[in-house]
Write a protein that binds this ligand. Structure first.
Ligand code: CP
Ligand code: NVA
Length: 300
């Protein structure tokens, strides 16, 4: 049982909640927990494309004995005249939970405000809490939480939720972002409130010193295509490549939420190397979300 009904960002969960979800996820992954969501349905709204989020939630619901309904941008009236509050109230009469990938975070909040069922953020322009749960599960499996992580690149949705997640579980995080592309001040303040704000490094090289994990994400996120040239210029020197990894131990792992833009934020060489735990992260999306769904939808 969690202290929240909805997951709009990772800090809707308490530290105890995060551990509860990750413990449940690990037990489900190991086949040691047979809790099921029989006859339960997850509605999945997508305003943006997705490989992992869609497939991991859909197969996750199947494995849990439930069902998922894909509601893409051309499938429903949302975005074509029906307001969010009406979509939310109608869906609540059919499904047991809603997962939504939307542009505007405020839309996700409105969806939750009018829903009678749990709403899970499957990525907005500000946050990606389901990714953070998978990231924390992966880090816990590889290193435990007494570890040091460097975030190198954009202060975007994935990074911002990750900052809050690290604060919740006590991971020592350092962040290197180019000027003008840092995390929102409100996120850094919130992290401080939750436990500790990340250390802000002057450069990627300074950030990765002593890191057990180097984490990056695309420089140009979905919806930012018009800023492409400007952003690529601003992110010069922030690529995770062999040169940057020459500053860390050979044991240091590399994380990326995917999809990756090889040759931009990360090289093909690094992504294809033994350092990358990106497929473990991708698999853990499903296990982490299954843990979350079971905790949100059952009393077991
Ligand atoms: N990491 C992630 O959310 O991937 P998708 O965009 O493929 O869902
Ligand atoms: N920051 C990326 C994450 C994709 C999963 C984006 O928003 O496009």
């Amino acid at each position: 049982m969690l202290s929240t009904t909805h997951l709009l960002d990772i800090d809707d969960l308490s530290t105890e909640d995060v551990h509860t979800v990750l413990d449940r996820a690990a037990a489900l992954k190991a086949g040691e927990d047979d809790t099921r969501l029989a006859q339960q349905t997850l509605g999945m709204i997508f305003e943006k494309p997705s490989t992992r989020t869609r497939t991991s939630f859909e197969t996750g619901m199947t494995k849990l004995g439930g069902h998922a309904v894909y509601l893409g941008p051309d499938d429903i009236h949302l975005g074509h005249g029906e307001p969010i509050k009406d979509t939310s109230r109608a869906l609540s009469r059919y499904v047991d939970a809603v997962m939504a990938r939307l542009f505007d975070h405020a839309d996700c909040e409105e969806l939750a405000e009018y829903a009678d069922v749990p709403v899970i953020n499957g990525l907005t322009d500000e946050a990606h809490p389901c990714q953070t749960l998978a990231d924390l599960l992966t880090i816990r499996e590889e290193f435990g939480f007494d570890t040091r992580v460097a975030w190198v690149g954009d202060g975007n949705n994935v990074g911002q939720s990750f900052v809050l997640g690290c604060a919740l579980v006590g991971i020592d995080l350092t962040v290197a972002t180019p000027e003008g592309y840092g995390m929102d001040a409100s996120v850094l303040d919130r992290a401080a409130e939750l436990g500790s704000a990340p250390e802000l490094a002057e450069s990627p090289e300074a950030a990765v010193a002593d890191a057990d994990v180097v984490y990056t994400d695309v420089f140009v996120s979905m919806g930012e295509e018009d800023e492409r040239e400007e952003k690529l210029a601003a992110f010069d020197g922030y690529q995770v490549n062999a040169d940057l990894l020459s500053y860390v131990s050979e044991e240091t792992k590399v994380m990326h939420c995917l999809p990756a833009h090889r040759g931009e934020e990360i090289t093909d060489e690094v992504l294809e190397s033994d350092r990358a735990v990106v497929w473990e992260q991708a698999e853990n999306r499903m296990h982490a979300q299954n843990g979350l769904l079971v905790e949100l939808l059952t009393d077991d």
